[in-house]
Write a protein that binds this ligand. Sequence first.
Ligand code: C2O
Ligand code: CU
Ligand code: CU
Length: 520
Amino acid sequence: MLITPTRRSFVAGGAACSASVLLPMASHLAAADTRPQLQIPPELFSDGKGEIHLAAQSGTMQFGRRTPTPTYGFNGPFLGPAVRLRRGEDVVMHVKNALPEPTTVHWHGLIIPGDADGGPHQVIQPADTWRVPLIVDQPAATLWFHPHIYPATAELVIKGLAGLLLVSDEESDGLGLPSHWGVDDIPLIIQDRRFKPDGSFFHRFNLAAVTVGYVGDTPLVNGSTYPIAKTAQGWLRLRILNGSNARSYRLAASDNRSIHVIGSDGGLLEHHVSMNELLVHAGERFEVLVDARDGQSFDLVTLPVDQPIMRLPPFDKPLPLITIDPTGAEGAGTLPDALVTLPSIPTTPPPLSQSLTMNMNRDDEGMGALMKAGLKKLTDGSTDASVAKKLTEVIVDGPTLSQAERSTANGVNGSSFALDAKPFSVKQNTLLRWRIDENSDTMLHPVHIHGCQFRVLSMDDNPPPAHLAGWKDTVAISKGGVAEILVNFPHAAEARTPYMTHCHILEHEDSGMMAQFTVS
Ligand code: C2O
Ligand code: CU
Ligand code: CU
């Protein structure tokens, strides 16, 4: 099921590592009958009483023709509904924990006070319900929610706990963007998994995991492998969430059509940015428009990325993630010339008030084990099956770590996260400049900050590329890189419920690469 004839022909044709590889259309459509349809998460609005009910629960899912997989989900067996919020709306979220273990639920990207944020201090015990008021006051955006319990976020997300949180507002309503849910406004939650022979998800917190994070071998889009989406014929809006624990995707259309980026993590850009490939790191979201007025079917593929371990097969070649078949009724949305107006960046930025340095304490050891298994071969582009096998062994069966080794494997500013670690303090309602960097490790870290949407001032001393110049809550640094950001925290976060800042590689976060802070 995983290797369909379609995929095989694509991969064979894609050896040149280029996005502009066309599928033979005949086999493409012939195979369509046996392929899963893209699942569209149901929308969930607040009810007549201004309440939204979520339940984290366990279930079972069948992925392809595999043995059924034990899973977790919100209001269903895997992933969750798309929660719809409107700017200016007050809702009360009711989050029931029907799991056999404690969890928390964090609203990633929502600008709300610390006591509503759902961080690791706000544990919901099994059978309990967390009732939390949310006051929505931020621009339209594609956000998401997921567990944030220390140190088990990675494991709970792997099991399936993640959902979209969509904020709408009047300004974006007036733009004529495609907005027919599941028809020309299509959510794409991209994740990777590895399955064990008994059908369950692989997850292990070993040396390889604290070094490079989760390395899956099966991409999933909204919980299906290589699904096909029947959409409107016209402009399509894709709301892309990289909900993977660690993997970055380099997205392109198989026929090389343009990807017009209209929005980033926290909202719409001023103008669209047309690209042929779009890099999306763990935790990030982009809204993009693609022109499918021609009614021609195409694939969204992911191209090999820079991180060598993430080039393990099948990610060593352009890998199709989903087929878009835009042969439905004509869509009504368009690509507007101008989108929204963003606050201008002050010419003199405020003084630097906070530095965050990501630390990897076991980088040498972890990379050493992977190097010994032949990691370098992957950068040369050779995907010798025996090298791939050895590397997979390090990922799956490599050295385990004790609890103490695990919780100190990574850090921020020289210390590893602990629930009782002393928070740093931040001034509320003030424009601040922060600097985010890493020591000198070889990993890429998508660094996320709670309680805000920020603007990137610079990346490695250069202005950010246009598609990263809007609202962001996650910024990636790599290869000894530095990012500077302009940020403001409009709400308070007390010491009992501080905000978090962390690497969104969830295995890094769960092994200490997280810090907490108060805002007052
Ligand atoms: Cu998406 Cu602190 O997390
Ligand atoms: Cu967050
Ligand atoms: Cu990291």
